[in-house]
Design a protein around this ligand. Structure first.
Ligand code: ADP
Length: 171
């Protein structure tokens, strides 16, 4: 049985993440979406529990998919849950260098674990959680980019998003 882990901040989950998750779910016996408790070098808008809840609801119809929180090194988490594969999504321009660097580092730390990158679909190439937050904060429509419950969650965060965009209180 092959267990795979798809790690990310998911702040918030987008349709691009969900496309990768559903395609990966078809490739492996079990897929764990692992949500960073505290993403390295990133300030998050949604606290961990909200990111987990949004992702769980979004993945509720995917078979053999679990959503869990993790902290520390992803390879340690993979070893703990018996996963041999790390799944990542690759967008054309923004991801390659960073993903390559991380994959090589993880290979160095854990030679038994493979990184499998799935190419982002054309329509999601320019979709990122940060862009969704930026557009939502400016009042733009994000309905075709994230699940409906994420649209509502972003609307509820509008005051905070506006604060961030006008440079108040960081984050
Ligand atoms: P991280 O903080 O690890 O980059 P993200 O939640 O931003 O976490 O992304 C998690 C994974 O999903 C990464 O591999 C990222 O490249 C991938 N990803 C993000 N957006 C998309 C998208 N639109 N299409 C395909 N993959 C994506």
């Amino acid at each position: 049985m092959t267990v795979a882990v798809y790690p990310g901040s998911f702040d918030p989950v987008t349709n691009g993440h969900l496309d990768i998750a559903s395609r990966a779910a078809g490739l492996f016996d079990r897929l764990i979406l692992a949500v960073y408790e505290t993403p390295p070098k990133k300030a998050v808008l949604f606290p961990l529990q909200e990111r987990l809840d949004m992702l769980r609801l979004a993945c509720s119809t995917l078979p053999d998919v679990q959503v869990e929180a993790f902290s520390g090194l992803i390879i340690d988490y993979c070893r703990r849950v018996g996963a041999k594969v790390i799944v990542r999504g690759l967008r054309m321009t923004s991801d390659f260098e960073r993903e390559f660097e991380m994959a090589l580092m993880n290979k160095n730390l854990a030679p038994e674990i493979e990184v499998v990158c799935l190419m982002a679909r054309t329509e999601y190439q320019f979709l990122s959680s940060s862009l969704v937050k930026e557009v939502a904060g400016l009042g733009g429509s994000i309905e075709n980019l994230v699940p409906p419950h994420v649209v509502s969650a972003l609307q509820a965060k509008l005051p905070r998003l506006k604060e961030i965009q006008t440079g108040q209180k960081g984050g």
